[in-house]
Design a protein around this ligand. Sequence first.
Ligand SMILES: [Mg+2]
Length: 262
Amino acid sequence: MTETAPKSTLPYPPVHYGKQFVVLSDWDGTITNCDSNDYMTDNLGYGKEKRRDGNLDILSGKTTFRDEFRRMLDSVSANGHTLDECKEVLKQNIKLDPGFRDFYRYCKSKDIPVVIVSSGMEPIIRSVLSALVTPEEAAEIDIISNDVDVHLDGTWSIKYRHPTSGYGHDKSQAILPYRALPEPPTLFFFGDGVSDMSAARHADVLFVKQKNDGENDLAAYCKREGIPHILFSDFGAALNTVKAIVEGSKTADAALAEGRAE
Ligand SMILES: [Mg+2]
């Protein structure tokens, strides 16, 4: 590690001590079937073509995630869409990965914490999450994300957790405290896109979601950087691999060598 940790403007939930396994997962496009920020940008903001160009510029290093993502979201607010309106639109259009509920319940039964690590905005995630799982589950899941500033005139903008980082939210900072524990747990990380590039290197077992829409940005990044990972199409498939590792029928290294959850 050469870089110093960026200062966080937002609090972190307490670290889960004494666990053998911890799951950290991206929210948008990973736990959900589609990315809520992409959905807003494509349908309420400046549109899909500009957004894809922006994502590819992030992937190639031409711009930072922080600056491009802010432009995407600003285009939604600039078109007159309030935060409350966005929440409603997203609640109606964003669904859960079909295997996530069972995956979550399995983790709970095995005392494995599941923490959402997102570059999205907490009020939107909570609002969508509460529409998708039981209120008890929605309340007990930790979320480490960015936040939102709502201005007096009704416009809104993203409030970054790590404004000095090019990632806006450097997800590695949610992982590293676990690595520093005297007896660190095995860390599973799940992601799909450019917002997960900051976390990709730091998990023990990295799961990368494979999508049918051609937007496999994290997979492209891991391939280019030579980062070992397991491709998965949904949490039902990922659960089979997680179960095998947790219950000892497969090592993490063997699962990574296979490279695919089925
Ligand atoms: Mg994502």
